[in-house]
Write a protein of this length. Structure first.
Length: 361
């Protein structure tokens, strides 16, 4: 049995991702690894179990340097290969564009030459005079024939090819239009790189994972829920109503099921952590039918767990969660409650006024 190629072995990615998520940094991750080797192996011991202890440490350091250099070389070789492929791709694209431009120029030149040759032809009549002038036809029949000839283009005539200058102008106009569209989008970055799906949940994300917060009735327990997480589908519902779901939809992109989990926090919030299969792309929504979707061009890398968010962002997300829960219960949101409180204070200050028909906008 051949020895596996451990330099590209991805079987333990899920385990290392969990460790990396908990250690929150490269140095703590390496500390954890070398702590294990120091405590649970003879990695730092002298070869053969005897000799100077410093010899064992030096051998361990040399081995680590050897492995690090090996992977650095693999990384650099991969990057050089990517750069070379990108260079060749750009070169092929440039050559293709140049060939197309030359072809268009040749067609335009041929059309211009043909036009000049036709313009130089003089047709002579029986009387020896030039009859190739563009004077209007002298008879109605001739005029009708001329009009028919103008209105019905020849089937064999090729369409006029756009010139290189026209194509360049079109490219410039398209680029300007794209820039104008980007400038028009002045919306702020999505909070937590996620958003709110009304009536369902609030979600945030990092490149590695997606976090979904679903508001629940107070004192909800795990056994009260029916949560099914699969690679491309998500179901969230209550155990007592097995055929009714809060969420029953295909995910926007696939996830790693074994590394995804859910838990109940504060007795009123379901928190799902979904590990992305492709950890180098952003999602515009958790599920395919979710609306509104976010503009992934606006995302900013940051923490997605509620406990890891900065104070201001966490307050905003918590307010969104509170408003979701209040709407589900048919109660006023935080802003609506604030307006009601202001009205109550005003009513208390002016008992002589009638507020029975007052409405709050």
């Amino acid at each position: 049995m051949s020895r596996p190629d451990y330099t590209n072995d991805d079987r333990f990615d899920g385990l290392f991702l969990q460790i990396a998520h908990q250690t929150q940094g490269i140095e703590p991750l390496l500390d954890t690894l070398f702590s294990f080797l120091r405590r649970k192996s003879d990695f730092f011991s002298p070869p053969g179990g005897g000799g100077d202890i410093e010899t064992g440490s030096e051998a361990a350091i040399a081995k680590v340097n050897e492995v690090v250099k090996k992977h650095a070389d693999i990384y650099l070789a991969g990057k050089r290969k990517e750069e070379e492929e990108e260079r060749l791709k750009k070169l092929r694209l440039k050559q293709k564009r140049e060939a197309e431009a030359k072809k268009k120029q040749a067609v335009a030149a041929a059309a211009e030459k043909s036009k000049e040759e036709n313009d130089g032809v003089i047709e002579m009549g029986d009387d020896g005079f030039d009859i190739s002038s563009d004077e209007p036809a002298s008879t109605p029949a001739a005029a009708k024939a001329a009009a028919a000839a103008v209105s019905e283009p020849k089937a064999d005539a090729p369409p006029a090819a756009p010139t290189t200058e026209q194509n360049e102008n079109d490219d410039i106009d398209d680029a300007k239009q794209d820039e104008e569209e980007e400038e028009e989008d002045n919306s702020p970055p999505p909070i937590g790189n996620g958003g709110t799906i009304d009536g369902k949940y609030v979600w945030t994300q990092t490149l590695q994972e997606l976090t979904i917060n679903v508001p629940l009735p107070e004192n909800t327990r795990g056994r009260d829920l029916n949560v099914i997480i699969s690679k491309k589908h998500l179901k969230i519902g209550f155990a007592k109503t097995k055929q009714e779901f809060i969420v029953n939809d295909d995910l926007t992109k696939p996830i790693i099921v074994d590394d995804s989990l859910w838990t109940i926090e504060d007795g009123n919030r379901l928190v799902l952590t979904l590990q992305k299969s492709n950890q180098m792309e952003w999602w515009d929504a958790p599920c395919q039918t979710d609306e509104p979707k976010i503009n992934i061009q606006k995302v900013q890398p940051e923490n997605s767990n509620l406990s890891d968010l900065d104070g201001e962002t966490r307050q905003t997300v918590e307010k969104m969660m509170f408003d979701q829960r209040q709407k589900a219960l048919g109660l006023p949101t935080a802003d609506e409650q604030k307006k009601l409180d202001i009205l109550e204070k005003f009513k208390a200050s002016h008992p002589e006024m009638d507020f029975s028909n007052a409405k709050i906008n």
